[in-house]
Design a protein around this ligand. Structure first.
Ligand code: GDP
Ligand code: IMO
Ligand code: MG
Length: 424
């Protein structure tokens, strides 16, 4: 049975840890959207792996595939590949020939896009060129990996790109596109990674009766269609993207596992109804080590938002939930969960569509007593304090989905299984 693992909040839910945990039992692990804006940290014994583009299944030496829904920064990929090769010899990583590339001008354009926004309207992107690269893909201007096989047509594609972007780059005092330098760099990159590039029918041809794990990046609230637009990333992070982004049919995803923290975090700007700008927020950040893997920015922290997670569960067609970072709440006297919002004096049970309203809503909380004892490292549901169990069951009840596992530390094996993930 194939599974997709996706984030239900604003990213950084602990997808990497869960994918690593599950991948033991899969034949192929696939990334299908996003780029090196993602940062997945996996801790196995005393080794910390930080992955951006390469699926976390690589740690267990699984076959890994980056589908054409991914946007790939060549320089970054080569560095990440070299780094992981020091730990895993000859990692089996393959790239769809249809992948769109992130090139230097995308990073320049990302910077320009942010520079023309002011105050609260800045997105706070990772500055990795993600938005402009996806814009080019949809605008039919991408350089694809397969283009690197024909330097003559590549040059003519670049000439058109240069004509289009040079006036913009110039207007914002950015260097214009250097055609020869781009061609030279790409030609060198191609010689380094040529052997990893495969036809897009790879999965269909080789993994028909095998088990595939799809590793999502970001989270549903950052989805370009379903998230807190415009404070989102530029790809679809919902599970159906696993099909379009990897060249599989929608029926090849048999189970969608949603990952959610026991509280909420967000990096970058945008509405965050349950954000805590106080000592409790600070303590969640400290205990949860909430610093962005990609940009080292401090993550904003807040209470669990039940309204949002209930909504993202419906959007994503979730079959089960992995609840992470329960241990971060261990020391709190009381714990709050948002169960409704107030907008213009009225109570509402959903996230309003416009960001203006999303900034205005006020959370309405239900308060739970804290358990004030250590759950960190617990691997069996019976060993959890009663109050922690009550919190978990209340969340499950409110969000309307089965919590199938609970993570109690960054360590691979500090995971409570409620439902055997390898059987469903
Ligand atoms: P991802 O982007 O969804 O893969 O999440 P990140 O790796 O960016 O952020 C999650 C962070 O929390 C990582 O540093 C993990 O090592 C850590 N983590 C994952 N699960 C747990 C947990 O149950 N408890 C604690 N304390 N940390 C965890
Ligand atoms: P993982 O996979 C958390 C956020 C950025 C910014 C917005 C747009 O580790 O969960 P972008 O560079 O994508 O155009 O930035 O999206 N963002 C993430 N936040 N985790 C991520 O990935 C993210 N990827 C992008 O901070 O607010
Ligand atoms: Mg992350």
């Amino acid at each position: 049975m194939n599974k997709a693992v996706i984030g239900l909040q604003w990213g950084d839910e602990g997808k990497g840890k869960i994918v690593d945990y599950l991948s033991e039992n899969f034949d192929l692990v696939v990334r299908y959207q996003g780029g090196n804006n993602a940062g997945h940290t996996v801790i196995v014994e005393d080794i910390t792996y930080k992955l951006n583009l390469i699926p976390s299944g690589v740690i267990r030496d699984k076959i890994c595939f980056l589908g054409q829904g991914v946007v790939l920064d060549p320089e970054h990929f080569v560095n990440e590949y070299e780094k992981i090769s020091k730990r895993i010899s000859n990692p089996r990583i393959y790239l769809s020939s249809n992948i769109s590339l992130i090139l230097n001008y995308h990073k320049q354009l990302d910077k320009i896009n942010e520079s023309i926004l002011t105050g609260d309207s800045k997105i706070g992107t990772t500055a990795k060129g993600i938005g402009p690269a996806y814009q080019d893909k949809v605008g039919r201007k991408s350089i694809k990996l397969y283009d690197l096989d024909n330097m003559i047509s590549l040059k003519s594609k670049f000439e058109a790109i240069k004509k289009y972007y040079d006036p913009i780059l110039d207007a914002f005092d950015e260097n214009k596109i250097d055609l020869n330098q781009n061609i030279e760099r790409l030609s060198e990159f191609y010689s380094q990674i040529k052997s990893l590039i495969i036809d897009n029918s790879f999965i269909k041809k080789n993994f028909q009766n095998k088990k595939i794990l799809f590793e999502g990046a970001q989270g549903i609230l950052l989805d370009v269609d379903h998230g807190t637009y415009p404070f989102v990333t530029s790809s679809n992070t919902v599970a159906s993207s696993a099909a379009t982004g990897s060249g599989c049919g929608p029926n090849s995803i048999n189970y969608v596992l949603g990952i959610t923290k026991a509280y909420t975090t967000r990096v970058g700007s945008g509405p965050f109804p349950t954000e805590l700008n106080d000592e409790i927020g600070e303590s969640l950040g400290r205990r949860g080590k909430e610093f962005g893997t990609v940009t080292a920015r401090k993550r904003r922290c807040g209470w669990f938002d039940g309204v949002l997670v209930r909504q993202t569960i419906k959007i994503a067609g979730i079959n089960g939930i992995a609840l992470t970072k329960l241990d971060v709440l261990d020391e709190l006297d009381e714990i709050k969960v948002c169960i409704q919002y107030e907008l213009n004096g009225k109570k509402i049970d959903y996230l309003p569509s416009s960001s203006e309203d999303q900034f205005k809503i006020k959370p309405i909380y239900k308060t739970f007593p804290g358990w004030k004892s250590q759950t960190r490292g617990i691997r069996n549901i019976q060993d959890l304090p009663e109050k922690a169990k009550n919190y978990i069951y209340a969340l499950e009840d409110f969000i309307g989905a089965k919590i199938s596992s609970i993570s109690t530390s960054p360590e691979r094996d500090d995971t409570i299984l409620i439902e055997d993930p390898f059987k469903v």
